[in-house]
Design a protein around this ligand. Structure first.
Ligand code: ZN
Length: 362
């Protein structure tokens, strides 16, 4: 890592990119191609676990990341338990983030991202990967928003009150309750996330939405027929509504190749850009920031966490070159090698997700 004798804030004032600060590009080149004003690296959905220490968060900040949406509770909980479990886990996140005030900003709006950029911290938005904590009580949407939840997935993998998850066949589509939930989320400025939805439910929900939506962590079904991936048709519909599709880094969604597989990630990004347009694609890693060892012990931990939805063939879950806190640097360099312009790189790395949050969350 170069430039240790410069403070990062000095470099930021000089308009130097975070890639240059991390020693990834010569200083002169970085000065010649500064990021667009307001360029922010924003992971549309990724993991911050309440065990991460200051050193790991510093490495995440070194990668340039300044904002991330995290899933605060287990979406596999039964609906009857989901609300109480969510309250417990939300309190845990609040305590953890407040215990590291030099590293985190708990984010309720894009003003908090501005603050994170200014103070070189990480803005953390709260996401739910299932609407089950709402139960049948729509007044909870406003409560969740006031507690800091800024995005909610309509469904996880199975049927719920709102619609069908991607594991269900047939997909029964958006329900009447799902329509009411979407309208209430729009009133409360909670971003609708359609990751994990079945394709029919997803299409119905996009059509029912007056506001832009996100599919925060998915990949392209036409490149790989995985049930979690999204059709070109639905990606186009998300874009037509002003929304964003986040491309995940979960290896089995992207490729069979267990090693030497980074190209697969860029193939999915390239395809999503062709289909949805450069202003409607982002990064939604869905990945841990710790370096996960390729060992039977780690596989056993994962199988315990994820249950029967995961099989040993899905291992490893990560792309080897994106396994760790440095991954946003690797992606930025890869996009540059693929001849994306600086402004397009800024859009893909977070500008599009930030715009969406500004439009919907405020
Ligand atoms: Zn997910």
């Amino acid at each position: 890592m170069g430039s240790r004798n410069w403070s990062r804030r000095d470099l930021l004032r000089a308009g130097v990119t975070t890639a240059a600060m991390a020693g990834l590009a010569p200083l002169t080149e970085a000065v010649a191609t500064p990021p667009a004003p307001g360029a922010v690296v924003f992971d549309a959905l990724g993991e911050i676990r309440t065990v991460y220490d200051a050193n790991l968060v510093d490495r995440i900040l070194d990668s340039g990341t300044r904002a991330i949406a995290v899933t605060i509770t287990d979406p596999k909980a039964a609906e009857a338990d989901a609300f109480d479990l969510m309250l417990r886990d939300l309190a845990g996140y609040n305590l953890y983030l407040r215990s590291m005030p030099a590293h985190y900003v708990q984010a309720a709006s894009v003003a908090d991202v501005d603050e994170a950029v200014r103070s070189r911290r990480l803005a953390v938005f709260y996401n739910l990967q299932d609407s089950s904590p709402v139960g049948g009580d729509l007044s909870r949407v406003s409560l969740l928003r006031r507690l800091g939840v800024t995005s909610i997935q309509l469904t996880y993998n199975t049927h719920n009150r709102a619609g069908s998850g991607c594991f269900e066949d047939p997909d029964r589509g958006l329900t009447a309750f799902g329509r009411e939930l979407i309208a209430e989320m729009e009133r409360q400025r909670v971003l609708l996330d359609l990751s994990h939805a079945g394709m029919r439910t997803m299409a119905d929900a996009i059509a029912a939405s007056a506001r832009p939506v996100i599919v925060s962590h998915t990949a392209c079904k036409v490149l790989r027929a995985h049930r979690r991936n999204t059709t070109d048709e639905n990606m186009r519909a998300v874009a037509d509504g002003g929304g964003v599709v986040g491309i995940t880094q979960i290896r089995p969604f992207l490729t069979d190749a267990r090693s030497d597989n980074l190209e697969a990630y860029f193939r999915h990004i390239d395809h999503a850009v062709r289909v949805a347009g450069i202003e409607h694609v982002g990064i939604g890693s869905d990945r841990d920031h710790r370096v996960i060892a390729d060992t039977p012990e780690e596989l056993a931990i994962l199988l315990q966490e994820e249950g029967p939805q995961l099989s040993p063939q899905d291992w490893p879950l990560y792309l080897e070159k994106l396994n760790g806190p440095h991954r946003m640097q690797v992606i930025r360099e890869g996009l540059r090698e693929r001849r994306y312009s600086q402004s397009d790189i800024d859009r893909l790395m977070g500008g599009n997700v930030l715009r969406l949050y500004r439009d919907v969350v405020g």
